[in-house]
Design a binder for this molecule. Sequence first.
Ligand SMILES: NC(=O)c1ccc[n+]([C@@H]2O[C@H](COP(=O)([O-])OP(=O)(O)OC[C@H]3O[C@@H](n4cnc5c(N)ncnc54)[C@H](OP(=O)(O)O)[C@@H]3O)[C@@H](O)[C@H]2O)c1
Length: 288
Amino acid sequence: MQTIKLNNGVEIPQLGFGVYQIPLNETAEAVYQAIKVGYRLIDTASIYGNEKETGEGIKRAIDEGLVTREELFITSKLFILQAPESKATETIEHSIHTMGLDYLDLYLIHQPYGDVYGAWRAMVAAQKAGKLRAIGVSNFKAAKMIEFIGLNEVKPQINQIEVNPWNQRMEDQEWHEKFDVQVEAWAPFAEGLHDLFTNPVLAEIGEQYGKTIGQVVLRWLMQRGIVALAKSVRPERMAENIDIFDFELSKEDIEKIAALDMKESAFFDHDAPQQVEWFMNRMVETEK
Ligand SMILES: NC(=O)c1ccc[n+]([C@@H]2O[C@H](COP(=O)([O-])OP(=O)(O)OC[C@H]3O[C@@H](n4cnc5c(N)ncnc54)[C@H](OP(=O)(O)O)[C@@H]3O)[C@@H](O)[C@H]2O)c1
C-alpha cells in the first residue's frame, strides 16, 4: 500500500477502510475481512458506536498473524467537546481502551463545533505522551482551518472532508496544500448518491482500463494525492476497491471527471442551522 508522509513525518496509507454505518454485528467481521484483503488504514469514530467491534476485528487479524499492530493505521474521532478540556483527555483514553489498543495512529476533531481549542490542547498533550501518532480535524472548511492553524502552535496533520466526483473540493485542496495539511476524503463514492455507480461518464472511463466506477473514483483520488476512505461490507467490493494501483487515468479522463463537479455537498452543509441543531442533539445524547 502506498503511503503519504504527513507534516509531522508520520506515514499514512493512501487508501483506507471506513466503518461508518456498518451494522454493529457486522463490524468486527468487516474490519477483519478488510485487513485480510490488504487494507491497513481503518477509520472509525466514537459517534459511530462501533469502536469496540472495530477493535475486535483488528485483534482477530493480529492474533491470526495477518498483520502486526505496527503495520496498521487506526483512526478515531472526538465528536464535539462540550467542556472541560479534561473531558477530551478522558474521551481519547476511552477510545483507545474501548478498541483494546495502546495508542491510535490518528485522532480527529470530528466536527468544527464545541470547544475545538480545548480538545486540541488535550490532543497535543496526548500526542506528546505517545498516545496519538498524528492528530487532525474533520469537516473544517478551509477558512476555519486557516484560522485554527493561526491560533495554535501545533497544526493539524489531516483534515478529513467530503470529497467525491460531485463535490471535488479543488480550491479547498489548494489551501490545504499551501498550509501543508493532508486532505483525507470521506464518502469518496458519495454513498452512491446521484447514481454514482451507474454514471455513464465514469463507466466509460473505466471501460478503457477494464475497471469499475468505484475503482475509477478511488484512482482519481490517489492521483490527486488525497487519502481516501472507502466503505463496503462485501469482501468482493473491498477487494475491488483496493485493486487500483495497476492503472493510471489520463489527462483527458481527469478533465471529464472535473466536468462532473457540482461544487456542493452531496449530503448537507455543515454550517446549515438544521445540521448544527442535529449535531447539538447528538452531542447531548452521547454525553448521557
Ligand atoms: N468525518 C466525517 O464526518 C465522515 C462522514 C462520513 C464518512 N466518513 C468516513 O468515510 C468512510 C467512507 O464514507 P461512507 O461510508 O459514508 O461512504 P462511501 O464510501 O462513499 O460509500 C459507501 C457505499 O458505497 C457502497 N459501495 C462501496 N464500494 C462499492 C463498489 N465497489 N460498488 C458498488 N457499491 C459500492 C457501499 O455498499 P456496501 O457496503 O453494501 O458494499 C456503501 O453503500 C466512512 O465509512 C467513514 O469512515 C467520515
